[in-house]
Design a protein around this ligand. Structure first.
Ligand code: F6R
Length: 257
């Protein structure tokens, strides 16, 4: 039997993000001392906003430098240019990259260009991750359908970076950014579950009562393609960071640490 996945419950998203940002800062500083880079896997979405705010705070107020940081973002909508305000690339510039000293050449992103070269670019992304030495610390959110990245229900554990069709729930949840469901892209490119699980350390963040059912399935349910986040149970260094509402229906006695 798999050991239960570790999770921690914080009084607010902000306090959870102070903890995750401190772990990231420690990794960056340790690597800087050794003259090496720290490779981060990054997610977009509402969940990650307080994390980027905290990392920007550490840069501004505590002198944390991102000069030795290399990043790979998880996913991008297909059909959006990176200058489109609704793209994930734009989100990252606005929320994080524009406010820290990360060299532009260290930022890696899947292209949203929908042409015949998508598969080749996805394969290239996998190679770039390997050439960078692999991802040290992967940040994840979770979709209400259990997706990580855009690995929708039914995705095998060994999946790699590729083009995907977006699930109806994912598209519905994106309406606020796109105005109407018709405007929400139907496809995306995403790192695969197998790609994500190669990271040395993983933090999945979830806030609010809207996420508590899916968090329970990910943490306490069977490891299953029905809930891709449940694959984290197979990872030796994956941890879940929750606020109180997101944790409320977990069986705290059997799994809390
Ligand atoms: C975003 C990503 C997605 C989101 C998830 C949660 O890069 O990979 O898996 O993390 O959809 O989104 P929010 O945080 O907006 O609830």
């Amino acid at each position: 039997m798999l050991p239960p996945i570790q999770y921690r419950v914080f009084e607010s998203p902000d306090s959870a993000c102070v903890q995750v940002a401190a772990e990231i800062a420690q990794l960056i500083r340790e690597r800087a001392t050794l003259g090496r880079s720290a490779v981060l896997g990054l997610a977009t979405g509402k969940t990650t906003r307080p994390l980027y705010q905290e990392l920007v705070y550490l840069h501004r107020e505590e002198g944390l430098s991102f000069q030795n940081v290399v990043t790979f973002n998880l996913d991008e909508y297909l059909g959006l240019r990176d200058t489109d305000p609704r793209s994930m690339r734009f989100f990252m510039q606005r929320e994080f990259f524009d406010h820290v000293d990360i060299p532009a050449a260290n930022i890696h992103f899947l292209s949203g260009v929908a042409d015949a070269c998508v598969a080749a670019r996805c394969a290239g992304y996998e190679k770039e991750i390997v050439q960078a030495g692999g991802i040290d610390y992967q940040i994840l959110g979770i979709g209400r359908n259990g997706h990580i990245g855009f690995n929708e229900p039914g995705t095998p554990i060994s999946s790699r970076t590729r083009k995907v069709d977006l699930h109806e729930m994912t598209r519905t949840d994106a309406i606020s950014a796109f105005g109407e469901i018709e405007n929400v892209p139907t496809q995306a490119v995403t790192m695969g579950c197998g790609t994500i699980l190669k990271a040395r350390k993983i933090a999945l963040l979830a806030w609010g009562s809207k996420k508590n059912r899916i968090v329970r399935r990910a943490v306490e349910g069977p490891v299953s393609p029905k809930t891709c986040a449940s694959y984290l149970q197979t990872h030796p260094a994956a941890r879940i960071y929750l606020d109180v509402p997101a944790s409320l229906i977990l069986d705290q006695k059997s799994h809390g640490r």
